[in-house]
Ligand binder design. Structure first.
Ligand SMILES: Nc1nc2c(c(=O)[nH]1)N=C([C@H](O)[C@H](O)COP(=O)(O)OP(=O)(O)OP(=O)(O)O)CN2
Ligand SMILES: [Zn+2]
Length: 266
């Protein structure tokens, strides 16, 4: 679900407009310069005899009635939105939805950009999970030294091409951290610097099999890359200055738009 300043602020939507068009693209369509947010509401429950555990229109309605006006108030309030205590804002979103959706609401994620979100789970409202995406481009060859050349060709097909082939890998790192007494959370820039140092720079524009120690003897499949990213980050995230108590909770790597792998540790 998308919120734009226009629709939430009112005034852009003509008063006589009762019908909605293109709710996928956002209604009413944005005019002028936009701010972009996305609200993701994750619900959990057991389906009853109807096959539903909740009608999605109830979720839509709750978000439209409660979350979007709340978010609009936060954005247009007296403070600078860039200094908003983001932990407190997302906690306010989930608090507002709970009376309407009861125990169905499991998590609310506020996407601040298409690559950065802040999520709070209803079972642990003292923590925010930051998800941030990064990118590196690399070549690789899928090849297993323990298999014969013929078996490698059979298992990996075109991906066993001796000269390799390339991908633009997208890496999403999820870090859970406590919300501080001011309602704020750590600076994402510190996480960015860590990921850049230990993951992106070592892998970007490299041939993973030939140019990196990590994959000299390890087949650089998306599974192994995901686990390697986890191993490189785990234990370092909690050392970041502005992130006491931070914990790596998930790494997701997309090799192509259609192929990804998630690792959450042992
Ligand atoms: N379990 C895994 N299977 C595959 C992996 C992997 O890492 N783990 N990797 C590959 C290749 O790296 C390959 O480059 C992926 O591209 P492709 O086969 O072209 O797959 P796409 O989904 O992008 O496109 P198709 O149109 O379906 O070919 C393969 N398998
Ligand atoms: Zn590949």
């Amino acid at each position: 679900m998308c919120v734009t300043d226009g629709s939430a602020a009112g005034g852009v939507l003509p008063p006589e407009a009762t019908e909605k068009f293109n709710t996928w693209g956002g209604w009413p369509a944005m005019r002028g310069l936009s701010r972009w947010y996305e609200v993701e509401v994750i619900c959990k429950g057991d389906a009853d005899e109807t096959g539903y555990f909740i009608n999605i229109s109830e979720i839509d309605q709750a978000v439209r009635e409660q979350t979007l006006p709340y978010l609009q108030d936060m954005i247009s309030g007296p403070g600078d939105p860039a200094s908003a205590p983001i932990g407190e804002v997302v906690r306010g979103m989930i608090n507002g939805l709970q009376p309407l959706l009861q125990e169905a609401v499991a998590e609310v994620r506020l996407h601040l950009t298409p690559m950065l979100s802040m999520g709070i789970e209803s079972e642990n409202m003292d923590k925010v999970t930051i998800r941030h995406e990064y990118e590196f481009s690399a070549a690789h060859r899928l090849h297993c030294d323990s298999l014969s050349d013929e078996a490698n060709r059979e298992v990996f097909g075109k991906c066993n091409n001796p000269e390799g082939h390339g991908h633009n890998y997208v890496v999403q790192v999820a870090v859970a951290m406590p919300i501080d007494p001011m309602g704020d959370v750590a600076h994402v820039e510190e996480l960015d610097e860590l990921v850049d140092t230990v993951v992106i720079k070592p892998f970007d524009h490299k041939h993973l099999n030939k140019d990196t120690e990590e994959f000299a003897a390890l087949n650089p499949t998306v599974e192994n890359i995901t686990k390697m990213v986890w191993e490189k980050l785990t234990g370092k995230v909690d050392d970041l200055g502005s992130m006491p108590g931070a914990e790596l909770v998930e790494v997701k790597v997309w090799e192509t738009q259609k192929t990804s792998c998630v690792y959450r540790g042992e």
